[in-house]
Design a protein around this ligand. Structure first.
Ligand code: HGY
Ligand code: MN
Ligand code: MN
Length: 396
């Protein structure tokens, strides 16, 4: 007897949870996330589903024999640092529960159905968002990806080829070979459904977005004996750039965030020699995103000229606008919302796989934080919605 929705949540609740904040630390290929990957295998086994793991650690639990017209659902199990419980796992738990519901309804699928868990969706460890789905679709090559390093200098290639159980051939994937549709359910990461008083919505599009690394180089020196006019302080260039990015995004209705910064050597009584910070930028069109980033870069360079520092801005991952396939959810009564968040569904869509997303109401409207939430009744409504969409795609 497979676990029901509430039991699955109870299984997952303690895994990778911080006793201090109540948030989750589920970075890819570390203990908590590997525990979730093992949980995924158990859930598949309890349902008699065959698990396939590709050469990157992405997992799919298959219902039905191989075919060339399969429908995939699911999401990811990793989290941002100190993230919420729902971003990712809600899509995987709901996928298993929707499959159970289809079986209860007596649906005999005429197409193969898979429950997917893509690795490193958040890019919290190796820096590339949606890394697992980018690898599975070929959007990034293994030669490039295997050299990505985490904060401790550990290369992705060494991790995947050494740690992931079930990986037959590191660096390759045939998981998506027969997949002709993908439906991802996700907790909403804003307040749109709260404001509308609706438990479930459907996504129209994903805003273009990306990550850029800002390297600012200055000159280390004594915090007391160095005259203010003699300094080359990269902290000033960084601080001014963060303010400029915020102002530009506010003025143009776009989004710009510096959420991560590393200071070298990070001492209280020394002027820093180097600051590395990451810009997350998102905009309503590809052109608006390009303009936003170009403006931030220009202002950083101007400021560096005044500070006696040097700057370099390097794109680490950029995703163009994605429009989801309305045919997959046609005729459904749910409100249609755009999203400013990235998702594996966007990567699959960009790779030519018709994709759709369902959102479940989040009463706090907060995400990437321990405050993220979804009520059980709304989660159950999400499962029914997902099962309805899947039944429409695979039922007789
Ligand atoms: O960062 C994002 O947009 C997503 O939540 N991975
Ligand atoms: Mn996320
Ligand atoms: Mn997510």
């Amino acid at each position: 007897m497979p676990d029901d929705l509430e039991q699955m949540w109870a299984d997952l609740a303690p895994v990778g949870r911080s006793a201090v904040s109540g948030g989750y630390f589920r970075q890819p290929f570390l203990d908590a996330e590997r525990e979730l990957a093992a949980w995924f295998v158990e859930q598949a086994a309890a349902r008699g589903l065959a698990v396939e793991t590709d050469g990157f650690g992405n997992q799919v639990a298959w219902w039905g024999p191989p075919d060339h017209d399969a429908v995939l659902t699911g999401s990811h199990l990793d989290s941002v640092l100190d993230g919420g419980a729902y971003d990712g796992p809600l899509g995987v738990v709901s996928a298993f529960a929707a499959l159970d519901l289809l079986r209860e309804r007596g649906v005999v699928p005429r197409r193969r159905v898979g429950v997917a868990a893509f690795v490193e969706e958040e890019g919290s460890r190796f820096g590339q968002a949606c890394l697992g789905s980018r690898l599975a679709t070929g959007a990034i090559s293994w030669e490039t990806a295997r050299a990505l390093r985490d904060r401790d200098g550990v290369a992705l290639g060494d991790v995947v080829e050494g740690v992931v159980e079930g990986v037959v051939e590191g660096g390759s994937s045939t998981l998506l070979a027969g997949v002709s549709a993908y439906v991802e359910l996700h907790v909403e990461q804003g307040r749109d459904l709260v404001d509308r008083g609706e438990p479930v919505g459907v996504a129209s599009e994903i805003w273009p977005h990306g990550r850029w690394r800002l390297d600012v180089t200055g000159e280390a020196n004594h915090a007391g004996s160095t005259r203010m006019e003699d300094r080359s302080d990269p902290m000033l260039t960084y601080a001014m750039t963060a303010l400029a990015a915020n102002k530009r995004a506010r003025l143009t209705g776009q989004r710009a965030t510096f959420g991560r910064v590393e200071v070298t050597p990070n001492g209280t009584n020394a002027i820093a020699s180097r600051v590395t910070a990451w810009l997350d930028a998102r905009a309503s069109t590809d052109q608006a995103l390009a303009d936003l980033v170009a403006t931030v870069e220009r202002q950083a360079v101007e400021r560096a000229g005044r500070d006696g520092t040097s700057v370099a801005l390097t794109a680490e991952s950029v995703s163009a606008a994605v429009a989801f396939d309305p045919a997959l959810t046609a005729g459904r009564p749910w409100p249609v919302l755009p999203t400013q968040a990235g998702h594996d569904a966007g990567i699959l869509s960009a790779a030519g796989i018709p994709s759709a997303m369902l959102f479940v109401r989040n009463p706090t409207g907060v995400s990437h934080s321990p405050a993220e939430h979804a009520e059980t009744a709304d989660c159950l409504a999400g499962v029914v919605a997902l099962a309805d969409v899947l039944e429409g795609l695979v039922g007789r």
